[in-house]
Design a protein around this ligand. Sequence first.
Ligand code: HEC
Length: 133
Amino acid sequence: MPSPPSTILRRGPRPFLLLGAALLLAGCVEEVESPGIDPCDTSIVNYENVGAPMMLTWCVPCHSSHLDEERRQDATLSVNFDTYEGITAQLDRVYARAIEAVEDGGSAMPPGGGPSRTDLALLAEWIDCGAPL
Ligand code: HEC
C-alpha cells in the first residue's frame, strides 16, 4: 500500500521543471520577436530560385561570356552574368542598375525595362542577403 509522503516526493520537482521550461521558452520567443533580428535569417531566396533565373531572363541575353562582341548589343565586355562568379564580382553594380535605377528613374537595366516589381524585390532581397547559393 503506497504511503502519502512518497507520492508527494515524486510529484514535488515537477512544478520546478515546468517553470524552468517556461522560462526557457519565454527566452526563445523573446529572441525571435526581437526587432533587431536579421530578416535574411528567415529568407528562402538563393541563387537557384532567384539569382540565376532573374539574370538568365533579363541580363544574360546581352551580358554573357558566350556572346561575341557583335551579339552583345554594346553591353560592357567585362560585365557578364552567366556565372555566379560573374554576378558576384559586379553585385554592387547589379543592384545600382537593376534595382536603384528603376526606383529613382535612372539608367536602368535591362535598357528596355521588364522585370515585375515582385521579381525586382526578390532580386534585391537576394543581393541584400549576400547572394546566397
Ligand atoms: C539589351 C541588352 C542588355 C540587357 C538585356 C542588359 N544590359 Fe546591362 N548593359 C547593356 C549596355 C548596352 C551597357 C553599356 C551602356 C550602359 O552602361 O548603360 C550595359 C552595361 C551594364 C553594366 C556596366 C555598367 C555599370 O553601370 O556598371 C552593368 C552592371 C549592367 N549593364 C547590368 C545589367 C543587369 C543587372 C541586367 C539585367 C537586369 C542587364 N544589364 C541587362 C545592355 C544590356
